[in-house]
Design a protein around this ligand. Structure first.
Ligand code: C2E
Ligand code: MG
Ligand code: MG
Length: 638
């Protein structure tokens, strides 16, 4: 009978080494207790020493195996106190064995309380075994992720094998981060934002608190990226993320949607829609102001404004997609109404957006269906002689009639259509200049062409311009490109280099709407422009009051100091012209002389001014394909 027991123990031990130490068999304490009992009994019985030695060796083997494995091992009593631990667990946790033996599992557990541990032990005892993941605190304070299998030997003894899975957990967390967080800014990404909005909507359904989404989009980020490079663009976004984070309340979520778009989720604003709207708007304003402060990228300092769209929600009536669309729509409205502002979503904006989409589709067609036209507005010198014209786009819409540039240029810029449209304008202007070479009255006329920032920033711009000049025969200084201050306020080397390349072609550069932007004096000195064009806002203000004249006079003096030609636009009255003349501006453009008019009318005007036959003017139009024109022979005879 006794031998049978010993046999069973010996068999269990063989199983141990064979099956990589299954839990029950490896219960050292149990094994030792049994072995001791056996040894004592055997020593007292007649079975003899060989068996005793075998049992002793196996007890020793099991203990050695437990201590040499990389897996941790411990034995607990029903209160969670350690009864035994192996070397691997001591190493994992950074403790001396003796110290660990004075602790209970609750001292190391990260999540469970003593009571919960007690419950868990009871559960394991009832079930027999449980497998789970947890974290124990290392002696040095950090967490160790563990995968544990606990087996209840009886109601008072639990044996566990555990594996350190910190590395695996780390990479799982990393993958999680990549899936849910933006790697550049560390902010929640689009994916995670949608989840959070979903949860916020559900919470709002219960609390009936209003919340809000604030859509943020940098004005002109593409330009920064294109001109300063992506690394600087990235730095800008990181800085932007920080500023937004500092501007919101604790608990608000700032997420990056991608590119230069950020979204802020605000909850628990108020139960009152007005209050909620005001609070959200105030937070939006704070964000706006934080971005409006100077950014320093390398040696360049500039302000980066952004447009903000705000949409409120209460309850879970709207989907997160619908809500985002609303905030996005309001953001578009902010862009359309001058940028650098916060706009709250209103129902009619949806209609405006639909209309805008329609306009974009129409504009796409307009270019091919020849609905775009160029109007010419005379520019005159001190003696009121026409020196040339500014070409201004007009769109003859099949249903809407004549559409003004301010109503479609922004759409063209946002949709990228400005590139083909701008190329068409430039091509048409060059073709016209070539046609005018055929007549003495038109030969010296200059044409000023508006060039959008996006167009100018395109990598092929100078190359295309060079090819264009090669295709058309006229002196390049008859072509003048009007650029806006927004392009040069950043004082970017690429912009300056490009301007020099254009000047090297012989083409002139004019600074349009001067005085409305933020071009610094230092930047003006560095850019090779030929002309300053005083914005019409200053001209409109001119009166016999000295203070109204002061700014314009200062601009003119500035132009003179820099050796630039100065022209005033928007000159509507003789009084304005007189004042301009008295403060040193001798070139004008405005309704006083003529509004923008179609080509034939402009030519008539030029011919009439030269005392020439108006009929001849009509024949100066380009009638053929790109590579041919007619009328110049006739015209030159006139
Ligand atoms: P801009 O380049 O500053 O053009 C001057 C604007 O002032 C023109 O408006 C012109 O019609 C208007 N104007 C001229 N004289 C007077 C005046 O005496 N009084 C008043 N109140 N206005 C006057 P328009 O034609 O509506 O063009 C608006 C803007 O659209 C232009 O401003 C320019 O920025 C843009 N634009 C026009 N054509 C083009 C183009 O071909 N390409 C690009 N990129 N932009 C264009
Ligand atoms: Mg202009
Ligand atoms: Mg202008």
């Amino acid at each position: 009978m006794f031998v049978l027991t010993v046999g069973a123990v010996a068999f269990g031990c063989d199983m141990l080494s064979m099956l990589l130490l299954p839990i029950e068999s490896l219960q050292t304490e149990l094994w030792e207790a049994l072995a001791t009992a056996v040894i004592t009994s055997v020593a007292l019985s007649s079975v003899g020493l060989p068996l005793l030695a075998r049992i002793q060796r196996r007890a020793f083997d099991a203990e050695k195996a437990i201590d040499s494995t990389d897996d941790g091992y411990w034995v607990l009593d029903s209160l969670g106190n350690f009864l035994d631990v192996n070397d691997a667990y001591c190493r994992m946790m950074g403790y001396e064995r003796a110290r660990l033996m004075t602790l209970s599992i609750a001292d190391l557990e990260s999540v469970a309380t003593q009571a919960q541990i007690q419950q868990q032990i009871a559960r394991i005892v009832a079930k027999g075994q449980e497998r789970f993941e947890t974290r124990h605190r290392h002696y040095h304070g950090h967490w160790v992720d563990l995968e544990i299998t606990v087996t209840a030997i009886n109601a008072h003894r639990l044996v566990a094998f555990l594996r350190d899975i910190t590395r695996r957990k780390g990479s799982e967390r990393r993958i999680q981060e990549l899936a849910y967080f933006d790697s550049l800014t560390g902010l929640p990404n689009r994916h995670s934002l949608r989840d959070r909005i979903g949860q916020a909507l559900l919470r709002s359904e219960t609390t009936r608190y209003f919340g809000a989404l604030l859509f943020v989009d940098l004005d002109n980020f593409k330009l920064i990226n294109d001109t300063s490079g992506h690394a600087e663009g990235d730095r800008m976004l990181v800085e932007m993320a920080k500023r937004l984070g500092r501007s919101v309340r604790e608990g608000d979520t700032v997420a990056r949607m991608g590119g230069d778009e950020f979204v802020i989720l605000m909850e628990s604003l108020s139960h009152e829609p007005d209050m909620a709207g005001q609070l959200a708007w105030a937070i939006g304003e704070q964000c706006r102001l934080s971005l409006d402060e100077i950014f320093t990228l390398g040696d360049i300092e500039f302000r980066a404004s952004a447009s903000f769209g705000l949409a409120l929600f209460q309850g879970a009536g709207l989907s997160s997609g619908e809500l985002l669309k609303r905030a996005d729509t309001a953001m578009y409205q902010a862009k359309a109404t001058g940028r650098n502002r916060v706009v709250l979503f209103e129902q009619q904006m949806q209609q405006a957006l639909t209309l805008r989409a329609q306009m974009e589709a129409d504009l796409r067609r307009a270019l091919h269906e020849q609905q775009l036209q160029l109007y010419y507005q005379p520019q005159v010198d001190a003696r009121h002689r026409v020196t040339g014209a500014e070409v201004l786009l007009r769109w003859q819409h099949p249903e809407r009639g004549l559409v003004r540039p301010l109503d479609f240029i922004p759409i063209a810029e946002e949709s990228g259509l400005i590139l083909p449209i701008g190329a068409w304008v430039l091509e048409s202007a060059c073709r016209q200049l070539e046609v005018w070479q055929g007549h003495a009255a038109t030969r010296d006329l200059q044409l000023a062409v508006n060039v959008s920032v996006q167009q100018f920033s395109h990598p092929d711009f100078v190359e295309d311009l060079t090819a264009l000049l090669a295709r058309h025969r006229f002196s390049p200084d008859l072509l003048k490109l009007e650029l806006t201050e927004s392009l040069v306020i950043r004082q970017l080397e690429t912009v300056i280099a490009r301007m020099h390349a254009i000047r090297a072609l012989g083409v002139l550069l004019s600074m349009d709407d001067f005085g409305t932007g933020q071009a610094s004096l230092a930047s003006l000195r560095r850019i090779p422009i030929h002309q300053l064009k005083i914005d019409q806002a200053f001209v409109r203000e001119l009166s016999d009051q000295p203070q109204d004249v002061a700014i314009t006079a200062a601009i003119i003096t500035l132009g003179e100091t820099l050796g630039l030609e100065v022209i005033a636009e928007g000159v509507e009255t003789e009084a304005q012209r007189g004042i301009l003349e008295s403060i040193g501006c001798h070139r004008y453009q405005g309704y006083l002389f003529s509004p923008p008019v179609p080509l034939a009318q402009y030519q008539s005007l030029v011919f009439a001014a030269a005392g020439l036959d108006m009929e001849a003017a009509g024949t100066l139009e380009w009638v053929g394909r790109r590579d041919s024109y007619s009328g110049n022979t006739h015209a030159s005879q006139a």
